[in-house]
Design a protein around this ligand. Sequence first.
Ligand SMILES: Nc1nc2c(ncn2[C@@H]2O[C@H](COP(=O)(O)OP(=O)(O)OP(=O)(O)O)[C@@H](O)[C@H]2O)c(=O)[nH]1
Length: 559
Amino acid sequence: MLLEKADQIKSKQPHEFNQLLVELEQNAHTFTPYEANFFKLLQAYQIIFDGEPASAIPYTMAVYESARNNDLKIRALTVTVNLYGVMRNFIEGYTYAQQLIALIPEVSKEGQINAYAGLAIFYNHLGEYELGLESANWLIEHADNPHTVCVALQNKLEAEFYLNHVIDPGSADHAIRYCKDADEHLVTLVNLVIKAKLYYKLGKVTDAIALLESNKDVYEKAYYSVVQADYQAQLSNLYFDAGLYDKVKQHAEKAIALSSGAGMFQPRVLAFEVLYKYFERIDNMAQAHHYYKQYSETQKALLDETKMRQLAIQQTRFEAHKKVNQIALLNKENSLLKMQAELAQREIDNSRLVIATLVLLASIVMVWLLFNHKLQIQLKTQAQTDELTGIANRHYFTSVAEKALSYHQKTGQHLTVVVFDLDLFKTVNDKHGHVVGDWALQAVVDVVKRVCRNQDVIGRLGGEEFAILLPGCGARKAHLITESCRSAIAAIDTAETGATFKVTASFGVADTKLCGYKFQHLYACADKAMYRSKDEGRNRVYVYDGYPPESFTLDEKFS
Ligand SMILES: Nc1nc2c(ncn2[C@@H]2O[C@H](COP(=O)(O)OP(=O)(O)OP(=O)(O)O)[C@@H](O)[C@H]2O)c(=O)[nH]1
C-alpha cells in the first residue's frame, strides 16, 4: 500500500517520499477515514522536512482529534509533542506529552514504541536528559525496527553527551554505524555532529572537521534544516578555531539561512558569533558590529527560550510534585477522615457512657427518691403512730379529729369522741409485769379495732388512756359501739400470757350535738363522762348528757 511505503521511506528517501505524496493526493477522494488521517499525518511530515514545524501542527492535531485508531492517534500526538519541542514551545509540548503518556496503556506495542520515541526526543529538547535517557533505554530494550532503535541510540547518545556521561568521541560510533546501516541519514547526521562536539571538547578541532567533512554525503541526504543548520554552524566554528578563515563565512551563512525557522536559535547564535569574530579578525569592524548585534539579539532570544524551557521543566516538576502532594494530601485527608470517624465513634461511645451514667444516676436518684419516699412515709407513720399498738398517737389523733370536726361542722354532720382508760392497770403491771401489761394494751386495741367501723379512728392518748373518733355518728349510735367495745375488752382471754387476770375499761362518750365542734370541748366532755364511769365503779360507759364540764382542764394538753 502506498501510504505505508511513503511512511517507511519518509526520512530516508525524501524525494521519493515527496513524489509518493503527490500520487497519494490524486487518490485522496478514495480514502477511508483512516487512510485520510494517515495521509494527513504524512503531509505533516513533509511540512516538517521542509522546515516549517509550526505549519505541521494543524495537520497532526487534526489527526489526533479525528482519528479513531489509537495507534494513529498516538503517532499524531507524538509528532505534535516533538514539533513543540523543536519550536521550543515547551509548555505546550509538555501539555501534550502528558496526554501522550495517558494514552500509552491504550495502544499496541508498536504505538507504545512510537510514543517512547517521541518522549525521548521531547525530553532531550526540553533538557530533561535523565528522562530522555530513560525513554531511550526503554526503546533500546523493546524496539526492534531499525528506525526506532536508531532514534533510541541517537537520543541515548545526546542525553549522555549533555549529562557529561560520555567524553570519548568513540562512544558515538555505535549509534553512527547503526543509523548509517539503517539508512537513517538524518539521525546519523545528528550523531556525527555530537561526535564532532566531543572532539571539539577535547580540543581535537582537526578531527572534528575531518569527521564532518567526510560525511558530506550524509549531510546532503539528511534533508532536515534543523540538523543541517547545526552541522553548518559547528563546521564554521571549527574552521574559525582552526584558523581556516576562508571557510568560516560560507558555513556560517549556510547555518543562518538554514535556521531561519522558528525557534532554531542555537545554530544561529553560534553562526553569528563566529561571523562577528571573523569580521573582527579581518578588521571589518562595520560587519563585525553588524553580526555582533545579530549575535547578541539571537543570544537574548536563546536566553529567553532557555528561560521558557526552565519554566517548562519547573512546571513538569511542579506538576509531578503537585501530584505527589495531592496523593499525600488525599492520604492526609483520608487519615483525617479516619480520625474524624474514630473521634465521632469515640464521641458516640462517650455519649453512650454519659447516657449510661445518666441513666444509672437517674436510677439511683429514682431508687433514692423511692427509698426516701418510703422513709418519709415510714417516718411519717412513725411520727403518727403509737409504737406499741400501731394506732394513731395522741398528736396525730388530735389533728385528724380537728380536721374531721371542721369538715363535719361544714357539712352539718355529727361526730362522736369516745375516751376510755383501762381500769386498775397499775395492778396488772404490778402483778404480772410490764410485758404482760403491754400485751394487755395490744389486746385491748385489737378487740376495739374489730368492733369499730372502718372509718373510725382509734388513738392512744397516753399510758393506758385511749380515744375513738366516730365520724357521722351521733351519741346514741356511739353508745352502742362503745358498749360493744367495753364488753369485748372485758371478754379478753389472758390465758396466753400465762396469767389470768381481768381487763376492763371505763368509757366516756361525747358528741358534737351537745359539746360543739371544738376538739378541746368535745374531748373534755368525753373525759368527764369517762371519769364518771370510773367514779361509778369502772367497766362502764357514760354518755355525756349535758352536765357542763367544770373546766376544760385538758385544753393545754391539746392546744
Ligand atoms: N405495761 C405498761 N404499763 C403502762 C404503760 N403506760 C402506763 N402504764 C401503767 O399504767 C398504770 C396506770 O396507773 P394509774 O394511773 O394509777 O391508774 P389505774 O391503775 O389504771 O387505776 P384507775 O385508772 O384508777 O383505774 C401505771 O402503773 C403505768 O405504769 C405502758 O405502756 N405499759
